[in-house]
Design a protein around this ligand. Structure first.
Ligand code: ADP
Length: 502
């Protein structure tokens, strides 16, 4: 039996999952990661804690099922993207807290970049919009906040990297990353597939502080002897978490989409070998590289999805558990024209309206908690519809299928309604480990455990499908209702909103 060990380093936890070659989970261990908030909007993690969580979950996953490390053929890594670690190459010690992707501490710098007219150049080269999410401004910030940084640079000891890169360095001593992670730094030219000299100069990042960029499917070094009792295991595949999920769903064909329904929704569309620049606020990113072949993706997100359900539970107390919304929604014949636009933090793609705030429409004396549940679930589907429509418009690619994962996919009403509103089939794998599975697949591909993508596609993974049953006319009536609700929401603007204008 061949085993693939995957390190899935996410924002809230680190997991190690051991798969067999049939993509079945053999063992798993998980450890929560703490975050700190030194100032409003700033988010830090301790890179040492992250590293420790990697080591402990690896040990626990092996130990739980008594797996001998010599039976691990390859390691795959998937990770929270954009988060930056700076470390000393000599001591391997972090030189600062990791700056988490969510951290807004470089907002002022980003505003300056926009004001000085860099937006279109950056978008052209990187596929990204200027935002504190991406790693470049975080690295620039670190350069002016690490003690004695000039000495580290002069002695060629300063290393920057995203989380994948930090873990690879700790495991192997190699300073490397993959193209999917590099494409989220805002320093990587997604056409030329290399660190961009103009951007390095703009952000004042010395190139020798950055990792070597490798195809997602390649050998990223071998683990040092002491990690696995003398066994030197290859790291054979690395992908950022969203790209890994796309790969794990086997969304290999141009036009395949995956949507993750969690706190927010994260959508990626495989656009094949084509770089498509969006006019609707979608990001262009590298999905993966296998050999010389690059696959690109369009990416969009919905800020408030499952968190609208959390709000019903914790804010309004109309439900005790998220799953109650399923019974609530199905107990009604229709939405009775109640629409909920959960613009708690503004509206993302395609509206990009940061000043919009949430609203509920169509209330009558007969409206109750069931209508609210239904309207909240429907809002998740409508917002996803809006992003997918933007993808269709920007790419002009025929959509093949929608693969889904995330906590809210347990809601059958939501899944059926989503299929209806999109007029497309939804495919939900029964095993909810798409992200880690993607890293297992790509690492397995490198080692020849899988001959090619077709062999991965042929693995029989149980799934549930949701097919649209709503008529086109009904669908249009629903969508029109949503569009009117969004329009009305955006009309409501108060002059002063605390802390909203950044
Ligand atoms: P994340 O990875 O963003 O933390 P998860 O994938 O774990 O999210 O999903 C959790 C989210 O899904 C929560 O916001 C929760 O409200 C929502 N959720 C979980 N189960 C259901 C359900 N049965 N119906 C609707 N929403 C659900």
């Amino acid at each position: 039996m061949k085993y693939i060990l995957v390190i899935d380093q996410g924002t809230t936890s680190t997991r190690t999952i051991i798969f067999n070659e049939y993509a079945e989970v053999i063992s798993m261990a998980q450890k929560e990661i703490s975050q700190s908030y030194p100032k409003p909007g700033w988010v830090y993690q301790d890179a040492n804690e992250i590293w420790l969580s990697v080591l402990t979950t690896i040990t626990e996953a092996l130990y739980k099922k008594n797996i001998d490390p010599k039976n691990i053929d390859v390691i795959g890594i998937t990770n929270q993207r954009e988060t930056v670690v700076a470390w000393d190459k000599k001591t391997e010690k972090p030189l600062h807290e990791a700056i988490v992707w969510q951290s807004r501490q470089t907002q002022a710098f980003c505003n300056e970049l926009k004001d000085s007219g860099h937006e279109s150049m950056i978008k052209e080269k990187t596929g990204l919009i200027i935002d504190p999410y991406f790693s470049a401004t975080k690295m620039a910030w670190l350069l002016s906040h690490i003690d004695n940084v000039e000495t580290y640079i002069r002695e060629k000891r300063l290393a920057f990297g995203t989380i994948d890169s930090f873990i690879i360095y700790k495991l192997t001593g190699q300073h490397m990353t993959d193209v999917s992670n590099a494409s989220r730094t805002m320093l990587f030219n997604i056409h030329e597939l290399k660190w961009d000299s103009t951007l390095l100069e703009l952000f004042q990042i010395p190139i020798e502080t950055l990792p070597e960029v490798k195809p997602s499917s390649s050998i990223f070094g071998y683990t040092k002897k002491h990690h696995f009792f003398g066994h030197e295991i290859p790291i054979g595949g690395v992908l950022g978490d969203q790209q890994a999920a796309l790969f794990g769903h086997r969304a290999f064909i141009k036009g395949d989409i995956k949507n993750t329904y969690g706190t927010g929704c994260f959508m990626l569309m495989n656009t094949g070998q084509q770089v498509i620049h969006s006019n609707s606020g979608l990001l262009t990113t590298v999905a993966w590289q296998i050999g010389n072949q690059i696959t690109y993706a369009l990416e969009g997100s919905v800020f408030i999805a499952g968190s609208a359900i959390q709000w019903l539970r914790d804010g309004l107390h109309t439900i005790k558990e998220a799953k109650e919304t399923d019974q609530h929604a199905t107990s009604l014949e229709s939405n009775e024209d109640v629409y909920f636009v959960p613009a708690f933090v503004g509206l993302g793609t395609p509206y990009w309206d940061s000043e919009a705030r949430g609203a509920i429409f169509g209330l009558t004396r007969g409206t109750n908690e069931k209508h609210l549940s239904r309207a909240a679930l429907e809002s998740i589907a409508y917002q996803s519809y809006d992003v997918i429509e933007a993808m269709k418009k920007d790419s002009e690619i025929h959509i093949q299928s929608i693969h889904v994962d995330g906590g809210a996919t347990n809601n059958t009403f939501l899944m059926q309604f989503q299929a209806d509103i999109l007029g497309l089939n939804l495919v939900k794998p029964d095993q909810q480990e798409s992200t880690a599975r993607g890293a297992a697949f790509i690492a397995g591909l490198t080692m020849g455990i899988y001959k090619d993508l077709q062999e991965i596609q042929d693995i029989d993974l149980p799934k549930t499908s949701f097919q649209p049953i709503m008529t086109h006319a009904q669908r249009m009536v629903h969508i029109k209702g949503w569009e009117e609700a969004v329009h009305a929401t955006r009309q409501y603007k108060r002059p002063s909103k605390n802390g909203l204008k950044e």
